[in-house]
Design a protein around this ligand. Structure first.
Ligand SMILES: [Zn+2]
Ligand SMILES: [Zn+2]
Length: 140
């Protein structure tokens, strides 16, 4: 049986529960994630949208591009979700907002073409310069 993963924002206003396994977990180095979080990299855990429930207040949503909407807490500002218009059946949740981030396991890095030079992550995970669907190059 898969244990439900729970998490929420810094102030506790937005809380969620994710039932079911992650579809994918990755580190995203893109500029939009960087600005949206204020952190050098954002780790995203992708779930089925139908597996995720907001159990207190829902996030506030911001359309960050023509393709996607990001959810955050309007009280404390924590970055919480990313959802692409092309795949509404999936929702990404910031692994850093999980109560137990160690419960998920990142599988790769994306958008490493925009990775900050001083950020060193010593893992052997595949590194994709852009989106995963655009393929990989040798680890850099
Ligand atoms: Zn909050
Ligand atoms: Zn990103």
């Amino acid at each position: 049986m898969i244990q439900a993963l729970e998490g929420g924002c810094l102030c506790g206003r937005v809380r969620y529960r994710a039932n079911g396994a992650t579809i994918h977990v990755n580190h995203c180095h893109c500029e939009m994630c960087r600005r949206g979080s204020g952190a050098p990299v954002v780790t995203w855990a992708t779930f089925k949208t139908s597996d995720v429930a907001f159990v207190k207040e829902p996030p506030t949503f911001y359309r960050s591009s023509a393709k996607a909407v990001r959810g955050f807490c309007s009280t404390c500002g924590s970055a919480l979700t990313w959802q692409g218009d092309a795949s509404p059946e999936e929702i990404d949740i910031t692994a850093g907002s999980l109560d137990r981030p160690d419960a998920v396991q990142p599988a790769d890095h994306i958008w490493t073409a925009s990775q900050i030079a001083w950020l060193h992550m010593a893992d052997d995970l595949p590194r994709y310069p852009r989106q995963r669907s655009e393929g990989t190059t040798k680890p850099t």
